[in-house]
Write a new protein. Sequence first.
Length: 218
Amino acid sequence: MKIRRLCELLDNEYDIILPSSHLRPMDTLILTILSQNTNDNNSFAAFKTLKKKYPSWKRVLAARTTSIESAIRVAGLAPTKAETIKNALRTISERNGKLSINNLSNLSDDDAMQWLTSMKGIGKKTAAVVLLFAFGKSTLPVDTHVYRVSKRLGLIPERVSRERAQDILSEEVPKTCYYHFHIGMITHGRRVCAARKPLCSECALRRLCPRIGVTSSA
């Protein structure tokens, strides 16, 4: 399997462009927490409601956890996510003296990952998303689509954990391809390589897929 060829195919198929995020790093962190185990529509709706109810993160920190739960309920797992958000805000405030994670831009990729994942409820995938999109760091998030498609393509073992998959792919995928790989695999997983009924006959990656039984000399 040639990862660079895979990235080229994904890029050509989905016309992937580099990100131009309008969100601040703190916003990206909270939105990513809300996105866990739900779709984009629900997470964005919860984020919008939370921001409308509490215009600043300082006010969210001061709010009752149950009130935060109410605001983000549409994203699912509200009690857990509210607690994670509250804990993250408290920890950031204690460490930095303010509700800002801009300090991560000055840390190495590994140190920034450690800084974020040391907070309760912040896993490697959430941290990788924040670092990739908010700071342009060389981190590779592995969500459910990336995980599924990577297994089908034989990039990772069938029974490997999500966290271990992130470690494996971070080593195998060139750092310059992280963003294109991440976005391309998510898009492909949503449009073509679906969980229940993958559209193998329409797959732009079919020549690289061992499940289809066609090998590529590319």
